[in-house]
Structures are given as C-alpha cells and as structure tokens.
Design a protein around this ligand. Sequence first.
Ligand code: NI
Length: 158
Amino acid sequence: MAILEIKTAGDPVLKQHCSEVEKVDKRLRNLLDDMAETMYASEGIGIAAPQVGVPIRAVVVDVDKKRYDLINPVITYREGSVVDSEGCLSCPNLFGDVERAEKIRVKYISRFNKEREMEAEGLLARCIQHEVDHLDGRLFIDIAQNITRGKVQRDKAK
Ligand code: NI
C-alpha cells in the first residue's frame, strides 16, 4: 500500500464528472487500499478517487472503524435534513456548514464486484453524500455556508 498525494481545491481533477467503474479488479482494489491508507494517514473519514487524481466513481469511507469501499455509488433515497460542519482533505483548514439528508440509502458495487445496498444515517450518511459530490465535481466549499479557516478537526475531514 502507498500514501498518495491528495489533490487540493483548484486542481481541475476535482471539478470533473467522474466515469463509472467498468471493471472491478485487483488494480482497483489496490487503488482503494491506497486511498484508505492515504485517508487514515490524514485522519480523514472519507476519500474519493478524484482526490488522489483518478477521476472514477469510487470512494472509501470509515466514520466508526468500519471501512466501506463504494464503487459506482448511487444515492437512491434521502430523508430529513441536517446542517452540520464539514471539512475536506482537499480543502485544508476550511470548515463550513452544509445541509445534508439525515438518512440515505445507497446502491453500490463492492470491491469484490457484488451489487449491494446500504442504509446510513448521521455522520456516515453525511460522509457518503460528501464523497458522492466529489464524483460529480462538487466540493463542500461550493455549497457550504459560513466558511471559516481553522485547524484541522479530527473526524471532520473528508
Ligand atoms: Ni472531501
């Protein structure tokens, strides 16, 4: 595994609409493992492939010591609305309030090429919505209110 360079706001790869993954193979699993290692090294709770310069629809999230690798994730259901503070590994030291659905359902392909569906709420739901935004070229600073500059807060950076 390897720690990859994290692209920061201003890099055009972060504005791209990412392509669907067509083949789930060893190469993709290696990328997911490198993304996870990069995320853990930065004390993040989520990371999307474009953040390491690869414009494909793949994300890794881990908000509570359980890692999910989501390939071609699609949010199929949203319920409720919550405003909370967010940060992003690609926007160092920036925080802002973002409105997200409280509960979601998401369809995805697993790292072993199985179709899956999961429900998420709270921080996990927020994190997945943030990562799926990355796949559509959207950063939280594009939609946040009250953006402030501060020290990195653990468990906020995605
Ligand atoms: Ni992010």
